[in-house]
Design a protein around this ligand. Structure first.
Ligand code: DC
Length: 230
């Protein structure tokens, strides 16, 4: 029993089968993480979805303090489930994917993400997604720098602001929403500024990370570059 525990600890401290993908919104993290998880048969952690879940809880209980939000999270089952070609977030038995994708939830998530106590509140939850027997692709803003610093492979995925806005416009169009390009660029710039300049866990290139600029690359080219690293 103790040798099994030791083995488990060794693999946790090395995290050989953990890939972190950090980067700004629209850089393609989610799509790339999903394809890698499918290729490798590993689990996925969309950490942005967890910040959005916290924003949703905060909206429902009309409280922003971490203690009250923590009570709502306690002992609740949180997992990602592949439905069709999309991962859905299941919280306490409910599929909350569509609700957390709302723009106002994204803005609230970005605000709450500035709070160190909020970040501490979900750090263990985020780490619990790593199972050394399965492997994990974790995407977010501080996966390689703060949550999984032991990860063997760290990626920082970037793309020009125009390209990121174009991708978001296509995504929204598929959902039947028309958005002005100039508004999209300014909202992305705003979010970038907030994520990069906050005091706690700012978006940065983690030490030892491989930077991939996806502006002129297809999704498959990005995935292949990461598979080559593995
Ligand atoms: O990636 P996203 O848009 O779903 O993330 C929602 C917000 O959560 C985003 O504005 C930044 C924040 N976030 C964070 O601070 N740290 C992470 N690891 C992931 C997301």
């Amino acid at each position: 029993n103790s040798s099994i525990k030791q083995k488990r600890w060794d693999s946790i401290s090395k995290m050989d089968n953990c890939i972190t993908i950090d980067g700004p919104g629209g850089s393609g993290k989610g799509t790339v993480a999903k394809l890698l998880a499918a290729k490798l048969g590993w689990n996925i952690l969309d950490s942005g979805a967890l910040y959005r879940l916290i924003a949703l809880i905060s909206e429902n209980i009309k409280e922003t303090d971490p203690d009250s939000i923590g009570i709502e999270l306690k002992d609740k089952n949180i997992f990602f489930k592949l439905k069709g070609d999309q991962y859905h977030l299941i919280f306490d038995g409910k599929d909350i994917t569509d609700t957390i994708r709302r723009e106002e939830i994204g803005i609230k998530a970005s605000d709450l993400a500035h709070n160190q106590n909020i970040r501490d509140l979900i750090k263990d939850t985020q780490r619990s997604f790593y199972d050394p027997n399965i492997g994990l692709i974790a995407d977010g803003r501080d996966m390689g720098s703060v949550v999984f610093p032991e990860a063997k492979i760290k990626i920082y995925l970037d793309a020009s602001i125009e390209e990121r806005a174009k991708r978001r416009q296509i995504q929204l169009k598929e959902k039947g929403m028309e958005v002005n390009m100039r508004n999209l660029i300014s909202s992305l710039e705003d979010r970038d500024l907030k994520d990069k300049n906050r005091d706690v866990s700012p978006l940065l290139i983690p030490e030892g990370a491989k930077v991939i600029d996806s502006t002129n690359l297809s999704i498959d080219e990005v995935v292949n570059k990461i598979m080559d690293l593995i």
